[in-house]
Ligand binder design. Structure first.
Ligand SMILES: NC(=O)c1ccc[n+]([C@@H]2O[C@H](COP(=O)([O-])OP(=O)(O)OC[C@H]3O[C@@H](n4cnc5c(N)ncnc54)[C@H](OP(=O)(O)O)[C@@H]3O)[C@@H](O)[C@H]2O)c1
Length: 277
């Protein structure tokens, strides 16, 4: 049995995760006895590990790639948010050995924007979302819940964008990858949810010439912190929000579930994350 309240992040691979330093920083600075561990778990082992963790005394865990969808079949109680998104990233182990699961990526995304722009109302006319993978589902859900008037989804593989628009319904629409630059003209929030810009392998492909200069631009890719998209947007004077804050804000609800106190996202924890990239 764990001696201290202990949570973990399960992924495969896991060594890239910034969640352990972030949660352990909060535990330490808030004076809470507890631990947060990285655990490398292969997909085939997820079921056995989730069955064992409550018995070992874990209070809960985060899930990252590739477990976010598969875990839905292994838990007993799923939040409405996670059901709508179709993936879970935060689990709480109950004393009766049942598991509650939710998804905090949508809240993390919105809180990151609001940390920098308290009032998002001027950006709500049209969101242009690039990408239609797992992360995109949480972002589209967040934008829909927040009352964005139009959500345009552009994805390299059009059929995946169409499937997301069908799943979420109004006000989502899709467009061809080749139409993306033209769609920037009416855009008030541009979001990259694709892996474009991650590492150096796939540079940002679209010119921003048509994008209004007061449109907010954000990228959920945070390695590098200043992606090609953010550099281009910043150079022409658009307001930008980097992606590492989403990671910090999505961690807040889980920490509160497990350790009973709500941590604050501040410049210190953001600097810690940025230094760990
Ligand atoms: N900031 C945060 O807290 C946070 C949270 C979650 C994820 N992320 C980041 O978000 C990114 C996406 O994650 P995910 O889980 O959604 O991944 P995913 O499910 O694998 O989806 C990848 C997406 O990127 C697109 N894509 C990949 N390579 C491309 C290329 N060369 N050109 C154009 N499009 C390309 C894919 O398009 P196709 O459908 O055409 O393949 C798909 O839309 C990752 O970099 C991840 O690290 C950040």
């Amino acid at each position: 049995m764990m001696q201290l309240p202990t949570a973990a992040v399960l992924g495969y691979p896991i060594k890239q995760s910034l969640s352990p330093p972030m949660h352990n920083y909060w535990l330490q600075t808030m004076g809470i006895p507890g631990m947060y561990l990285p655990m490398e778990i292969k997909p085939d082992d997820l079921k056995d590990v989730l069955l064992a963790m409550p018995k070992l005394g874990f209070v809960g865990c985060n899930l990252t790639i590739p477990h976010k969808e598969a875990a839905m079949a292994l838990v007993q109680d799923i939040s409405e948010t996670a059901k709508a998104i179709g993936a879970v990233n935060t689990l709480q182990f109950n004393s009766d050995e049942t598991i509650y699961a939710t998804n905090t990526d949508a809240e993390g995304f919105l809180q990151n924007l609001k940390y920098h722009h308290h009032d998002l109302s001027r950006f709500k006319q049209q969101a242009l979302v690039i990408g239609a993978g797992g992360a995109s589902r949480a972002i589209i859900y967040a934008l829909q819940q927040e009352g964005f008037q139009k959500i345009l989804i552009a994805n390299r593989t059009r059929s995946r964008a169409d499937a997301l628009a069908e799943h979420f319904g109004v006000p989502c629409e899709t467009l061809d990858w080749a139409e993306t630059e033209a769609a920037m003209a009416e855009t008030t929030l541009l979001v990259n949810t694709s892996s474009l810009g991650m590492g150096d392998d796939a540079p940002w492909p679209f010119a921003l010439d048509a994008l209004p200069k007061d449109a907010l631009v954000t990228d959920i890719v945070y390695k590098p912190l200043m992606t090609g998209l953010l550099k281009a947007a910043d150079a022409r004077g658009n307001p930008i929000v980097t992606g590492v804050g989403m990671l910090a804000h999505q961690g807040v609800p889980g920490f509160e579930l497990w350790f009973g106190a709500r941590p604050h996202v501040d410049e210190d924890v953001l600097s810690l994350l940025e230094a760990s990239l």
